[in-house]
Design a protein around this ligand. Structure first.
Ligand code: GAP
Length: 455
């Protein structure tokens, strides 16, 4: 695949403004600004009842595909705080910096790697046209913290700036405790912290966020083969959960962007109102990480092939993406306002993949004041709850209840009506096409499970 080549045909559905997603997230309990009662903290968010279900489903699907479905991939969960030497070895203390210039007129601050070349060359502010400072100021993005309580004895360290470092630290332990052989991979999902100077665009650039990483350890001769395998695998993974398959592409890093040890690097990008933006990176890390940690820790992290007895530092293919960017991109991908043919307000619907939807089924008695309908509905809800996330709702008319579920992406609504009391069947309404089917109560669990489970 060549640089910036699209993989599928273009369709022209309008891109969703981020404000619509911010508003839906607050209204329906997906995301709240952190510390809102104190005025909030820029670049830090909390996840509400719907958000936490969606995040858990997204994480579970990643873990299922990457770890459970690969015999040679294992999982870990490392600590957020590590020894400070880790960040010297990784190069973050020295190189993890943003370079900023200020506008002398409007006082806005810009990352120089985000400025257009003409603004950079002419020192011209892209917002007000004022003069930009010429010497960039350098800021390190690592968040400092201190271990210990006694002043003077406290050790300065950092909240991890990228989650993957734990994988290199635990590589040897996993190798020795799990009887794996190269090629094999280690996966982790975990929080990372960056003092981003320009956080913004909702969940896109935060100061506390979550990453998912695979570090796949290989013999140098097999690097290209595994790089190609994981690059295609990750692309297909994202394709499997997107509606707008024309909004994803690879972007190959230019020679000037590559780290000195990297032969190749690709970003998987997604197109939103912000333009094409990085979603996940596929990186050729060679032996950089294990060599550096061997050197800084004094521990030998080389591998001896049990058959050939060849000894070498394994090379690494990294796939590193963001849980929060996935969360945001999926909402942008799924959100739709559909005109109502009867001229009422449009139907807002989240067309999330059913396996990722926060609520899988809503159970709705047609009327709240008919005891038999309510009892039957509650009984069905209790049984379904053991298998999947089910919501019982009897507030307002059935149309409004369907709309509420559409807005949070619930793929199926089960309605209990008077016919149910006669023949033990219910109506199942499907979210995307609003079609309705009559199903026997006894068949309902299997009917739903088949449609909302991982495939
Ligand atoms: N270990 C490699 C690494 O950390 P990265 O490109 O800096 O690479 C990987 O980060 C992914 O983490 C990005 O593709 C993005 O999805 C996510 N990410 C990075 N910075 C982020 C931020 N400030 N807020 C939200 N997600 C972020």
């Amino acid at each position: 695949m060549t640089q910036t080549e699209d993989k599928s045909e273009i369709n022209d559905t309008p891109l969703v403004p981020i404000d619509k997603i911010v508003s839906l997230c607050k209204r329906r309990g997906f995301v709240y600004p952190n510390s809102e009662i104190y005025g909030g903290v820029s670049g830090i968010y909390d996840f509400g009842p719907m958000g936490v279900e969606l995040r858990n489903n997204i994480r579970r699907y990643w873990w299922w595909s990457m770890v459970q479905n690969h015999d040679n991939v294992l999982g870990i969960e490392g600590a957020i705080i590590t020894h400070p030497r880790v960040w010297e070895a990784s190069g973050h203390v020295e190189n993890f910096v943003d370079r900023l210039v200020d506008c002398k007129k409007c006082k806005r601050r810009f990352r120089i790697d985000h400025l257009e070349p003409e603004n950079l060359e002419q020192h011209k502010c892209p917002v007000c046209g004022g003069e930009l400072t010429t010497e960039p100021r350098v800021f390190n993005l690592l968040m400092e913290t201190y271990l210990g309580v006694v002043e003077g004895d406290r050790m300065k360290t950092y909240l991890r700036g990228e989650a993957c470092q734990d994988i290199y630290l635990d590589y040897d332990n996993v190798l020795k405790s799990s009887r794996v052989q190269i090629p094999f991979g280690i996966c982790q999902i975990g929080k990372a912290f960056r003092n981003e100077v320009t956080p913004g665009n909702f969940l896109f650039r935060q100061r506390e966020f979550e990453q998912w990483d695979l570090q796949f350890f290989v013999h140098p001769d097999e690097m290209q083969k595994w790089f190609d395998y994981w690059k295609e695998f990750r692309y297909s993974w994202y394709m499997s959960i997107l509606n707008h398959k024309d909004r994803i592409r690879f972007r190959e890093h230019g020679k000037d962007e590559l780290a000195h040890y990297a032969k190749q690097a690709y970003d998987i990008e997604y197109k939103t109102v912000l333009g094409w933006q990085e979603w996940e990176g596929i990186h050729w890390r060679q032996d950089w990480d294990l060599s550096r940690h061997s050197q800084y820790s004094g521990q030998d992290l080389s591998y001896t092939d049990p058959n050939t007895k060849e000894r070498y530092i394994p090379w690494i293919v990294e796939t590193s993406g963001g849980v929060d960017r996935t969360f945001l991109n999926l909402l942008l991908d799924a959100y739709e306002e559909e005109p109502d043919p009867s001229g009422k307000e449009p139907r807002t619907v989240l067309r999330l993949h059913p396996m990722l939807s926060p609520v899988k089924v809503a159970v709705l008695p047609l009327q709240k004041n008919k005891e038999e309908l309510v009892t039957t509905a509650k009984d069905i809800h209790k049984k379904l709850q053991r298998l999947m996330v089910s919501q019982y709702d009897d507030v307002q008319n059935i149309g409004r209840r369907y709309r509420r579920q559409d807005e949070i992406g619930t793929p199926y609504c089960v309605t209990i009506d008077f016919q149910t009391l006669d023949d033990q069947t219910v109506t199942v309404r499907e979210r995307d096409h609003m079609t309705q089917e009559r199903i026997a109560i006894s068949e309902l669990p299997m009917y739903l499970l088949e449609r909302v489970s991982w495939k």
